[in-house]
Design a protein around this ligand. Structure first.
Ligand SMILES: Cc1cc2nc3c(=O)[nH]c(=O)nc-3n(C[C@H](O)[C@H](O)[C@H](O)COP(=O)(O)O)c2cc1C
Length: 362
């Protein structure tokens, strides 16, 4: 099932950048959840193209339609299918890319693996595929909001070498207060200037999205293959343009000694808590009740408006000038997508935890 993610709350996405549309089938959603397009649209609005001067100018309203699984405003327990039509496709911009491979994009590997591909807008490798994930995760978020106080917040922590200072308290309002989605205003302004500068040179830039999940219960995650952090890593690295994942003290933690890295336990007013959180809220693959925090590295956008060396379908060396409408930096739009994947992992693992540990009691 190469287009399906999740074990109990499953999503199957479909569609290409310049095809008729993109969408998702969500299976395993509990019945009787009040649900309408209004629950989904705000999340899609956060990821849609054309939302600011530092994203791709492609004009898509990304209006979602729920086709199945909802009756009289409530879910029925049957598959929920959701659809967004592609409206602003410009296939002409990709004529040359049909013959020549874009460096560091998916063109060469798709062509070699399948022998036939849709080059328009990158086809299935386009980030438009993530519309289905965000739509599905809006349902997961609604369930988590109604049944818990779990809060998932992602934000842009770094663009190239411009990093925000470490901040404990981060609010959704501060993240959404600027177009780059960095909650530290001064850093956000420097990031925006850098993105604009590189875009004016026909270039692109990458960076790091950090995500924090608060108020998770203890016990989510499986001890071996489906460790909570392993599934988070898979979820994040399944996103286009990702090149790295770290949780808790991550790669920096390798510089510490065990005595410095360990999170000492303490009894805080009758509650067992960790006095520090270098584990990133996961121990032995299972959440320990502390905040889960992780970082995802996104590379500079592959399609740049500069002449680059490449080869054509016959293997002849040639040059390619990038065309079409592209994000000079994918990170501002990646923020809601990272949150979406995190919420899908949380809900799926929560359902699995309940199914195994809270349903049949012996
Ligand atoms: C939100 C978002 C927007 C993106 N926009 C573009 C884009 O405009 N142009 C482009 O070449 N790649 C863009 N990408 C990245 C490509 O989809 C990705 O590089 C491509 O699928 C190849 O996969 P890989 O980079 O993971 O190897 C975007 C990625 C994300 C997450």
């Amino acid at each position: 099932m190469p287009n399906t993610f999740g074990k109990l709350f499953t999503i199957s996405t479909w569609g290409e950048s310049h095809g008729g549309g993109v969408g998702v089938v969500v299976d395993g959603c509990p019945a009787n959840l009040p649900l309408s397009e209004e629950d989904i649209q705000p999340e899609l609005d956060r990821r849609r193209p054309g939302q600011s001067e530092i994203t791709t100018p492609r004009k898509e309203a990304d209006q979602v339609q729920i086709l199945s699984g909802v009756y009289e405003g409530k879910t029925t327990g049957t598959p929920i299918s959701m659809l967004v039509f592609n409206k602003d496709a410009r296939p002409g911009a990709y004529a040359e890319m049909k013959e020549k491979f874009r460096p560091s994009h998916a063109d060469y590997t798709y062509q070699t693996k399948y022998g036939h591909r849709n080059p328009e807008g990158g086809g299935r490798s386009s980030a438009r595929e993530t519309i289905g994930r965000v739509a599905a995760a809006a349902i997961a978020k609604k369930i988590l909001t109604l049944k818990s106080n779990v809060e998932t917040l992602a934000f842009v922590q770094k663009i190239q070498d411009i990093a925000m200072p470490s901040m404990d308290a981060i609010s959704s309002a501060a993240i959404e207060a600027n177009i780059v989605r960095c909650p530290h205003e001064e850093t956000a302004n420097a990031m925006i200037d850098r993105i604009k500068e590189l875009r004016s040179q026909g270039d692109s830039v990458g960076g790091i999205v950090e995500c924090r999940i608060r108020n998770l219960p203890i016990g989510l995650g499986e001890p071996v293959f489906d460790r909570f952090e392993a599934d988070l890593a898979k979820a994040m690295l399944s996103l286009p343009a990702t090149k790295g994942f770290e949780i808790g003290s991550g790669f920096e933690g390798t510089l510490l000694k065990g005595s410095e890295n360990n999170d000492a336990f303490e009894n805080r007013d009758g509650e067992i808590r960790a006095s520090s959180n270098r584990s990133g809220g996961v121990q032995g693959g299972i959440t320990n009740g502390e905040e889960v925090y992780f970082r995802v590295a996104f590379k500079p956008t592959a399609t740049i408006l500069q002449l680059q060396k490449t080869v054509d379908l016959e293997g002849n060396e040639t040059e390619l000038m990038g065309r079409g409408r592209h994000d000079p930096c994918v990170l501002p739009r990646a923020v809601p997508i990272v949150e979406a994947m995190a919420n899908l992992v949380v809900l799926d693992h929560w359902m699995r935890h309940i199914a195994q540990n809270d349903s049949f009691k012996f």
